[in-house]
Design a protein around this ligand. Structure first.
Ligand SMILES: N[C@@H](CCC(=O)N[C@@H](CS)C(=O)NCC(=O)O)C(=O)O
Length: 373
């Protein structure tokens, strides 16, 4: 009789996927036995278990399913506490969640936009994903590659990235961020010292799946972010890492303040307005304007982050946020705060997809993938 405790977790995703790589590096860092299983999002069993789509999805050793990388990693922290990925200092811990939030909810947009709106990336990305999705889809690989490219490209407008404005996303969102991260990682191997935190894994997912993976993006990162490339490489083989000490509590270097300050340039003003009004306009310096809707997933994520702010000790944290000029985006939104969730059980949240394409696009793709079956 197979004892479920001996069973590994099964991680369903694809290699060039932002959120799949985030949790994959975590499994390896924590030495949690897992099997990587390529899929294209079908998986009827996971759907039957309530998975609303959005990869990755994970099968647990007892055969159940869980999803949403943040919730799954916080759940696994309760099962395998060491080495912890949450800084023990409450100020660093809040900043860790705030940086994870911007990486998950904002930088996904230039990551996926740059894959489909730069021809060299598009060819590379559609082939890489097509090849892995063809494992599950009984169609010629070139057809799968085209199908995947059409599917994800159709999801870009909803999160504000278009062929017309993608260069503005790169010049005014991605590259300034890469430069401030680069300065920080020239001084310290991880965001909060000598060991990776939750936000370091979020950054790794973005970089390993997109920014150092896709040819055009890698050119930018090699030029503007060589220390960011090194940060990604540090987490490429996390089993070899000997986790050192967290940064000294209260020691928030100017390089980290610059990272927080960059979040206050476009993301925090947009998200604080959009999650209250339902949508908000983003205006680029070069003149592009785009109105972006805040999906239900983002409203929930924001309300939880604001609850974490309410729970954190105020003076020490407020000093840091004020130094970075971003305190208002947390302190002025107490009414929007919900509650900090806990994850003793494998998480199955109702909301999981901040970047889903329109339903008809998804239906059309699955009909094509299954030949209408
Ligand atoms: N909250 C989820 C987000 C998952 C997600 O959006 N995954 C992307 C791929 S990296 C996706 O599937 N997007 C398209 C979709 O939702 O259909 C998580 O953290 O795991």
């Amino acid at each position: 009789m197979v004892n479920s405790a001996d069973q590994p977790y099964r991680l369903y995703g694809v290699t060039p996927s932002y959120f799949t790589r985030k949790i994959q590096a975590y499994f390896e860092y924590k030495r949690i036995p897992y099997l990587f299983r390529r899929f294209g999002g079908g998986h009827p069993e996971a759907r039957a278990a309530g998975w609303p789509g959005g990869m990755p999805v994970v099968q647990t050793p007892d055969g159940g399913y869980m999803w949403d990388t943040t919730a799954m990693m916080l759940h696994l922290e309760t099962r395998v506490p060491e080495p912890s990925i949450l800084p023990s200092d409450p100020v660093q811990r809040f900043l860790c969640f705030a940086i994870e939030d911007v990486v998950d909810e904002w930088f996904y947009r230039p990551a996926v936009g740059s894959r489909w709106f730069f021809p060299q990336n598009r060819e590379h990305g559609s082939w890489e994903i097509g090849r892995e999705v063809s494992y599950e889809t009984p169609l010629p690989c070139h057809e799968v590659a085209t199908m995947v490219a059409d599917y994800v490209t159709a999801s870009c407008a909803a999160f504000g990235a278009t062929q017309e404005n993608i260069q503005a996303w790169i010049d005014e969102v991605l590259l300034p961020w890469v430069r401030v991260l680069n300065a920080h990682f020239e001084a310290t191997p991880f965001l909060f010292g000598m060991r990776p935190c939750l936000a370091d894994f979020a950054l790794f997912g973005a970089d390993a799946a997109h920014f150092i993976n896709d040819p055009v993006c890698r050119g930018w990162l090699d030029e503007h972010g060589p220390a960011v490339v090194q940060h990604t490489h540090r987490l490429l083989h996390p089993e070899d890492l000997a986790p050192g000490a967290w940064a000294t509590p209260g020691d928030v270097p100017d390089t980290l303040i610059a990272v927080l300050r960059d979040m206050g340039r476009l993301y925090l003003p947009w998200v604080s307005r959009a999650t209250v009004a339902g949508e908000a306009e983003l205006t680029f310096a070069r003149g592009d304007r785009v109105t972006i809707v805040a999906p239900a997933f983002l409203k929930e994520a924001r309300s939880v982050l604001l609850a974490r702010y309410q729970d954190a000790p105020s003076d020490a944290l407020d000093d840091v946020l004020a130094r970075a000029g971003v305190r208002e985006y947390f302190a002025n939104y107490a009414a929007q705060a919900s509650a900090v969730p806990t994850f003793e059980e494998p998480p199955q949240p109702t909301l999981n997809r901040p970047f889903a394409p329109a339903a008809e696009v998804e239906t059309a793709m699955f009909e094509r993938a299954t030949g209408g079956r």
